[in-house]
Write a protein that binds this ligand. Structure first.
Ligand code: NDP
Ligand code: BG6
Length: 514
């Protein structure tokens, strides 16, 4: 074995033990990673590049082979050409990159034809260690073909000796009923511990950090409840519109695209009780439990928006959602939504959890914000602003606590400031991995903590399905907002009526270290 391979295998072994302890044990050393839908957008932009980075960084088991499968009649050179622009290969990595592609192969076949999957299986078995290898199947496919593909995979492509794991991408259905149908179908083929439902927000550094922040510190526990928290705001903002992807987006809308999954996952990590341990099932049990305490969202607690063009947009005119030729005329699909959820349990009763998400807004940002209640018995003439704890997921990961301090110098008046943990300055030499890198590695290691369990998914759809059905049936008109703005004013008004207070006085002074 070359020294490079020995190192790679050692790193993987160490990392597995460090991260996953006993869960990491899987006897077979050969692994086959099968990408179903290898010719598609997700495969070329995300999956192949992620596999390459993991391979390059020595994080995969040494005997890993990658097999692409799709309808298109392509070869591995075509796949390589299509993925290359997204793979960021440095000059000195060329050799390693060739080694990566030498472990790749591609097969074309039909998704609805058992024979194609028998051929795929014959190919898998012919690879080194093939019949004994562990197999990871990534379904990078539109949900319309999930049924056929999963059934054919199960019937023809299971590893006879190693384990088999299936990675599924959202959308997991369109509403409670369709999602339940999909779950039942998958459950008829695979055990829950073989199914890895990806919500890539669960792979983000600061989302994973929520549990450590909450349960690894004494200071937050006692104030993390309705006695001290006035509201929790979970935000996702993007500064661009659907950009020709409107046809796909229009079928789903922002609630299904972002709120029902990414934001709700963050909510459950903020609101859940402390799990018994950090095992996947203990954590997911608590997430399900807290979701069960959330009532379906009421229409009166929602503001929907749709962006309109800005002819004077910065640099160039920005087109509105309905100007996108791939969007159906007169579409009522929301590209922005604010919704207020309540967790009816002893810890959170009465505290609004405000979920806000939108496209074509003023900035890129995802964050969790806890706004605390006023200090009782004020002695500073109402000059103290509320404390806020902000966990900024992206961009520029940070945790900051907005607080009052004595204005420095001869004064004795309170002033707004912050305790600031900016990752870029505190962890200068740390390269944070991409969410997909962590998640794919988790699948290799058999850790399901950062994947969505079927009962979690059911609860998520239960919370949003009545709202989704209502707005689709009534064709509720979203409020227009200008491309590049903060969204509709009505959303800020809703926040205000729910008790979130915005003073507009806080100014962040970037320190030299940042
Ligand atoms: P702000 O007071 O500017 O904003 C607080 C909250 O109020 C945000 O959720 C914001 O929403 C909302 N808001 C803004 N305008 C209105 C409005 N007109 N009506 C109602 N709500 C409104 O404080 P921030 O905590 O956002 O901090 C200000 C800046 O300083 C940010 O850019 C932040 O990233 C930066 N900062 C960076 C730190 C770091 O990097 N370590 C540390 C501390 C601060 P919306 O999101 O829609 O604007
Ligand atoms: C996806 C949504 O799940 O998340 C996209 O379908 C969105 O619409 C994307 O753009 C955002 O992901 P990230 O990691 O760039 O915040």
């Amino acid at each position: 074995m070359s020294s490079e391979l020995v190192t790679r295998s050692k790193v993987f072994g160490q990392l597995r033990r460090e991260l996953y302890g006993d869960q990491a044990s899987h006897p077979s050393s050969a692994h086959l990673f099968i990408i179903l839908g290898a010719s598609g957008d997700l495969a070329k932009k995300k999956i192949y590049p992620t596999l390459w980075w993991l391979f390059r960084d020595g994080l995969l088991p040494e005997e890993t082979y990658f097999v692409g499968f799709a309808r298109s009649k392509l070869n591995i050179e075509d796949i390589k050409r299509a993925c290359l622009p997204y793979m960021k290969v440095a000059d000195e990595e060329r050799e390693c990159f060739s080694a990566f592609f030498s472990k790749n192969s591609y097969l074309s076949g039909r998704y609805d034809e058992g024979n194609s999957f028998s051929q795929l299986n014959a190919h898998l078995s012919s690879l080194p260690g093939g019949t004994g290898a562990n197999r990871l199947f990534y379904l990078a496919l539109p949900p319309t073909v999930y049924h056929h593909v999963s059934a054919n995979m199960r019937a023809h492509c299971m590893s006879p000796k190693g384990w088999n794991r299936v990675i599924v991408e959202k959308p997991f259905g369109r509403d409670l009923q369709s999602s339940q149908e999909l779950s039942a179908h998958l459950a008829s083929l695979f055990a829950e511990n073989q199914i890895y439902r990806i919500d890539h927000y669960l792979g983000k550094e600061m989302v994973q950090n929520l549990m450590v922040l909450r349960f690894g510190n004494r200071i937050f526990g006692p104030i993390w409840n309705r006695n001290s928290v006035a509201s929790v705001v979970l935000t996702f903002k993007e500064p661009f519109g659907t950009q020709g992807r409107g046809g796909y987006f229009d079928d789903f809308g922002i609630i299904r695209d972002v709120m029902q999954n990414h934001l709700l996952q963050m909510l459950s990590l903020v609101a859940m009780e402390k799990p018994v341990s950090t095992s996947s099932d203990d954590v997911r049990n608590e997430k399900v439990k807290v979701l069960k305490c959330v009532e379906p969202v009421a229409m009166s607690d929602v503001v929907l928006g749709q962006y309109v063009g800005d002819p004077a947009g910065e640099g160039q005119a920005k087109l509105g959602y309905l100007d996108d030729p791939t969007v159906p005329k007169g579409s009522c699909t929301p590209t922005f939504a604010t919704a207020v959820l309540y967790v009816r349990n002893e810890r959170w009763d009465g505290v609004p959890f405000i979920l806000r998400c939108g496209k074509a807004l003023n900035e890129r940002k995802a964050e969790v914000r806890l706004q605390f209640t006023d200090v009782p018995g004020d002695i500073f003439g109402e000059r103290c602003m509320r404390n806020e704890l902000v966990v900024r997921v992206q961009p520029d990961e940070a945790i900051y606590l907005k607080m009052m301090t004595k204005k420095p110098g001869v004064y004795f008046s309170p002033e707004e400031t912050e305790l600031d943990l900016t990752y870029r300055s505190r962890y200068k030499d740390v390269n944070l991995p991409d969410a997909y890198e962590r998640l794919i590695l988790d699948v290799f290691c058999g850790s399901q903590m950062h994947f969505v369990r079927s009962d979690e998914l059911r609860e998520a759809w239960r919370i949003f399905t009545p709202l989704l059905h209502h707005i689709e049936k009534e064709r509720t008109r979203p409020v227009p907002y200008t491309y590049g703005s903060r969204g509709p004013n009505e959303a800020d008004e809703l926040l205000q009526t729910k008790g979130f207070r915005y003073e507009g006085t806080y100014k962040w002074v970037k320190s030299d270290r940042s």
